[in-house]
Structure formats: C-alpha cells, structure tokens
Design a protein around this ligand. Sequence first.
Ligand SMILES: Cc1cc2nc3c(=O)[nH]c(=O)nc-3n(C[C@H](O)[C@H](O)[C@H](O)COP(=O)(O)O)c2cc1C
Length: 479
Amino acid sequence: MASLTIRKLDDAVKTYLRLRSAKNRRSVEEEVRVILRELIEGREEPLTPFSAPPAQSTAPTPQRTGAAPEASVTLIIGGGIAAYKSLDLIRRLKERRVEVRCVLTKAAQQFVTPLAVSALSHERVYTDLFDPQSEFDAGHIRLARGCDLIVVAPATADLMAKMANGHADDLASAILLATNRKILLAPAMNPLMWNNAATRRNLAQLQRDGVVLVGPNSGEMAEAGEAGVGRMSEAIEIANAAERLLRPPVPKPLAGKRVLITAGPTHEPIDPVRYIANRSSGKQGFAIAAAAQAAGAEVILVSGPVDLDDPAGVTVKHVESARQMLEQVQAALPADIAIFAAAVADWRVANEGEQKLKKTSAGMPPLQLVENPDILATISKLTDKRPPLVIGFAAETEHLIDNAKTKLARKGCDWIVANDVSPATGVMGGDRNTVHLLSRKGGEIAVDSWPVMTKEQVAIELVAHIARSVTDKSREPAS
Ligand SMILES: Cc1cc2nc3c(=O)[nH]c(=O)nc-3n(C[C@H](O)[C@H](O)[C@H](O)COP(=O)(O)O)c2cc1C
C-alpha cells in the first residue's frame, strides 16, 4: 500500500522523501513511517477512541522548536550514580541536531526523574515494558528500531550482564535485544564491579557482538576514598562518540583532483537586448559540481545564465556566450577531469546589432548565423593540458545512442553522458534525468544505461564512476 501511495504523490513531495530517506539511510517507505509516527506522536488527542487513557506518569510533549533533527537516538539510562550526567548528554545530543527518546530503568528513576528527562528531551519518557499507551503498537520495537542509534548511559554492570546473556525482562533490556541498530555503551560502575570476572566476561561477549564502547574513564568514584577505572565518560565524550557513529566521516575519493565543469545554456546576442538561447536549466551540471565538491575535488564551474544558487565550496565563473565559456574553460586548465554538461549554442549571430534592431517596413532583419567554437572538441583535442578524463554530454531528441556514439568518436572525448531531451521526457528544466554512459572499451563503445533518477542522483552516480576510474587509473567507467 505504501509504494502505491508514494507513486501517486506530487513530484515535489516524492523528491523531498527521496532526499530525506537517502540522508537518513532509510527506504522511502521506512521514512514515510517515521514521518507518520512523528506526526501521530505529536498529537494531543488519543490516536483512536479505543486507545488507553494517558498514564498518570506520562510526561507532557511540548512543541518541538529549533532546527529539524538529522538523526535520532534512543537513550537508555541505567540505574547508576552517573545518571545525572545523562541529563547533560541529552542536551549535547540535541545541540548536534539529534532527536533523543529516553528510556529509564526502574533503578534509573531513583537517580533522575522522568519529568526532568522529559523536559530536557522534549519527548515523552518510556519506563515500562507493559505500558498500554506505547505498547498498543509494540512501542518497544519502535524504540528499538525507529532510531539510528541506541546509547546506554550509564551502562550498569547489571544492564551489561542482561545484554550479554540476552535477557528481556524489562523495557531497556527488551529494546536492546530487539534492536538491529548499533549500540553505544558508556559503562559506569565501581572499579571492583568493572574488574569483576563476571563483568569482564560480559564485556568480552558484548564486544564480540559488535557493541561499541566509550569509556569508562579512570578517576575518583562517588564512593568516598575510591578511585580507579569505572567513571562514566563525560557527556561531551559520549555525544562525540555517538556523532561518529551517526555521521561517519564521508569518504573523499576525489581529494586532490581538480574538476572543471560547464553548465547551463549560453546566450548568443542578436543585439544589446535580444539573444538566442535554449531551455537548459543548468541543474544537471550544478548537481555534478556539488557532488564532485562533496567527493573532495576542487571544482571550477563555468556556468551560462541560470536561475540557480552557486553550489557551496565551488568556484563559479558566470558567462553568457559560447565564446566567453570557452575562454573561461581554457583559463581554468589544467584540470584532472573536465565535464562539459553545458548546452552550448551551436550557432551565434554573425551580424550582431550594436543598437537595438528596429521594426521597419522593410520586414524582418536577416539573421546571419555562424558556427560557435566547439568547446568539447577543442579541449578533447588539445595536445598540451588536455585533462586526462574528458566527459561530454549529448542531449538528443532522436536516435539517442547512435547520435551519442557518433559524437563520442567525432569529439575525441573519453565518455559521453547521453540523455533524451525530447519535450515528453521533461528533462530540460526538470528534476529527473534518464542517462546512458558511453565509453570506449577496447575498440568498442560500451553503453551503460541507468534507470530514471533525480539529477542529484545522476550526479552522485557519475562522480562515483569517475572516482572508481581515477582510482583504477583507467579511463573506462567501472560497471
Ligand atoms: C547509590 C547507588 C549507586 C549505584 N551506582 C551504580 C553504578 O554506578 N553502576 C552500576 O553498575 N550499578 C550501580 N548501582 C547498582 C544498580 O543500581 C543496580 O544494580 C540496579 O539493579 C541496576 O538496575 P538497571 O541496570 O536496571 O538500571 C548503584 C546502586 C546504588 C544504591
């Protein structure tokens, strides 16, 4: 049912869902479920007339404020003296745009109150496995899997023992057993408990199970006169460890590479106020520039007139005509990779008027057209400063692959990205693209056809091919 509904949504909504689900590394269906859940949880009234009345201990759910969270954590607070530090941890996680849902064990409630935790997390707090309010739809499973990470802080000796042995007799241990998310433990206990043979065994088992640890640190204990290893890590250390798991460092496969990209249409003047143009929006070239920059490349984008913001971290040279575009491209060399995505006008007006052409009784002024410089062919055929990988775009309205193959041979570039721009496809100015990547393989031309994707996804895919090719030291795209 979900996929049927998604297909029927507006394009803008679908694009939003795809981007949001890609960012959160969830399927689109899963993302829709998360959004619906958030919506339902934010409701003041009961979900259905049949749901249980609010439990007395249910904390209020204040309005969320500030920037939208980018990740979510289920924080399990165990019954240790260090539980007070978890209040600061909630704040530190929220500062990092992490949504925090807290679970308190029975023992934890002796150290911090659900009210304080709820007030800081701006969420209701969960304490009971058999809570009719949250278990009407198996809430412990939601807490176990509807998050990106589970953090246990403080992780008591008891919680570690339960985890290592697969117990599920309260909400915290049931969540820990039912999850398929990464678990981060911040142990906190007396040094004798930490060094006890049973805890050592449990710890070794948990590490074999893939649980990640932060701390414990060494220092003074709450118990007078005791010191040693067992102090829970500081909130900021735990938040940083959680952030590393939530947002692992992005690989930069194009680090140290200089990438030159052209985008958009060109405007060829007829007179000071009129010009010849085409329908290119520049979106595909801009998306490639952003993807190459995200992959660590130094990016120079030479753009014709477009209605787009400059991508962050990219050097953008704005031009109008094909001749200006060629000039900026030549000035930007040398480059390791050149991608010519601009829809450069093939012709310009030879007799460009110095003044605005006037309507006269003599009829329409004759427009003499002359050929523009061919930027792709010019750069592909350079003997000096030719980028090692030159990629052209072929926008065709008929015989797409045949025309693209001819273009690859004629222009002397290494790859061609061919796309059908006939009006029915909506590619020109639209947000989606269906492309075929043509490359030389031995004496043959290989064609790799990609499914319909957003222009951002096409850009990411192309950059991934480039990265693999650069790594392989081969000009042929990896399949
Ligand atoms: C004052 C006090 C402090 C405690 N501190 C800790 C602690 O730091 N670490 C720990 O593992 N247990 C500690 N305990 C023992 C736990 O509270 C106890 O094992 C409890 O059953 C843990 O429950 P939980 O794991 O479900 O939270 C403490 C107990 C008391 C009375």
